[in-house]
Structures are given as C-alpha cells and as structure tokens.
Design a protein around this ligand. Structure first.
Ligand code: PAF
Length: 285
C-alpha cells in the first residue's frame, strides 16, 4: 500500500499537464482511468490494471452533467470525494484530476462530439444525447491529460465501443483498453448505482446477469437469438424487472443485431428494478 500523501491532486489543466509532461520526458508511460467517482471495487480493479500497464496512473473524477438527461440522476448521483481520494491513494494512483464544471464547460462552450451508428440503439435509444456527452467529455479528458493509454470498464460496453470509435476517427494518440466487468459473488455487476437498490431489490438484481448468461450459453450451443431473448424477457419480468428497456444480442464489434453467434457477439440489457436502472452485458462463448 502506498503512502496516501503521495497522491497529487489537480483541478486545472496546466499543472496536471506539466506533471504528465515531466513523467513522459522521463519515459514513464502514463495511464488514465476516467471515472465519475463513487468508487467501488470495479474501479479499483481498473486502477490495478492501470498500474500494471504504466508507470504513472492518473484517475479523473468528474460527474459529467452533459451525459445525464433532464430526468436522470445527475443531482442524486453519489458523490463522496474524500473517500474516493483515500481509495485512490491506497490503490497507488499517482494523481487525481478533479476538474470543475466551469473549467470543463466554460461560458459559450459550444462543441460536441457525435459518434454516429454505434450510438443509435441500446442505451442510445433511451438516453438521447448521452453518448455525445460521454464522447465529448472523454475527448476533452484525453486532450487535457494526454495519457499514453486510457482504461474503461466493459460493463458500459456500448460506451467502450463509442470511445474507441471516436478515438480512431479523430486520430487521438492514445490506446483505449477495455477491462472485464467485476461482479459480486452472486453475479451482479459492480456499479455505483447499486447503492440505490433497496435490500429486497438487491436480492433480485443478480437475475439480470443470470438471464444474460443463459442467453449467451444458448447462443453458444447453436440456438437463435429470437426465442432465447423472448424467454429472457419473461424471466426478467418474473423477477420484477420493469420496464426491460432492451435485451438484445449484438455483434461484439459493430453492435449490429445478431441471430446466430457465428462471430463474436454480446448479449446486452438495460432494465429497471424499482427506480434503479441496471445495465449489464456478457460475451457469447
Ligand atoms: O463510465 C463513466 O464513469 C463515465 O461515462 C465516463 C467514461 C467517466 C465519462 O464521464
């Protein structure tokens, strides 16, 4: 465990860039882990992976207003910066970057990154503007920090593909790596939003992962998506998920709909348990 006082803190770009530039001059590879805070073991797995990939790790904490819709949980999104900073220090992170909203989006801010195609279905269909908000803030974070590599969890699978695409299309000089989802022992994907679940909802929540895994196993055994998804929807409804926004089988790279798993595929879902929106996905095969 590293000494907690060794965690540098930055709230503005110039001193952060100076620190990163000095590291890079010393040939130290810099890895960025962007987060919205409310850190849990899944984030800490990202930090551990980052440490294994580079000499220096920067974690950003920024609850990005532009990726939340008007009726979403921006104002109630959990914020606990002091605990987050202590966790980052314990995880051996070198620097925490905590930009202010006014610094990230100064007056008359008027540029947005729109990634076509990949953002049209799944979460994009239910969260208009969400991926544009994500792509814009991630592009800014990458430009601000200028890391060699940035890590994103596979739990937000569509987000990972959207970021990869934006980085490729805009020739940003950074490597994007996805990190497998960390799960509770009962299969529930770790998420900052799990803390919204009432105790009896928490008991039912792992059914989402179970249903996705059953569909993935059915596809791997040669089944077709249509009937498997229909059965999965019924199972989710029986477990109290309402509404199920989507439950779909998609190509793992293009997100095109898939009926048979002849290429790498992913089963993805978003569904509400009470007021909490859960998303998850699993690989086929
Ligand atoms: O996945 C998240 O926590 C956020 O969408 C991200 C990538 C930090 C951008 O705000």
């Amino acid at each position: 465990m590293s000494d907690p006082v060794s965690l540098l803190r930055f709230t503005s770009v110039a001193p952060l860039r100076a620190a990163v530039a000095a590291w890079r001059r010393a040939d130290e590879r810099v890895v960025l882990v962007p987060t919205m805070g409310a850190l849990h073991a899944g984030h800490l797995a990202l930090m551990a992976r980052a440490r294994s990939l580079g000499r220096r790790v920067v974690a950003s904490i920024f609850v990005n207003p532009t990726q939340f819709g008007p009726n979403e949980d921006f104002s109630r999104y959990p914020r606990d910066t002091e605990t987050d900073l202590a966790l980052l220090a314990e995880a051996g992170v070198d620097a925490a970057y905590l930009p202010e909203v006014s610094g990230m989006y100064p007056e008359h801010f008027s540029t947005r990154i729109e990634v076509g195609g990949l953002t049209e279905g799944l979460c994009g269909a239910y969260r208009p503007g969400h991926f544009s908000g994500v792509a814009t803030v991630v592009t800014k974070l990458l430009n601000q920090v200028q890391p060699d590599c940035a890590l994103f969890g596979e739990k937000d699978y569509q987000q990972l593909l959207v970021i990869r695409r934006a980085v490729r299309d805009l020739d940003l000089p950074v490597e994007i790596q996805g990190v497998p989802t960390l799960r509770e022992a009962d299969g529930l994907a770790l998420s900052s939003r799990n803390r919204y679940l009432a105790p009896e909802e928490r008991v039912r929540a792992p059914r989402l992962h179970a249903v996705l895994s059953e569909i993935a196993a059915g596809l791997a055994a040669g089944g077709s998506a249509g009937p498997l998804v229909e059965g999965g929807r019924a199972a989710l409804a029986a477990a109290g998920f309402e509404p199920v926004q989507y439950l779909e089988v998609r190509d793992a790279e293009t997100l095109a709909p898939v009926e048979h798993a002849t290429r790498p595929a992913r089963v993805l879902a978003a569904a509400y348990l009470g007021r909490t929106r859960l998303i998850d996905n699993v690989a086929v095969g």
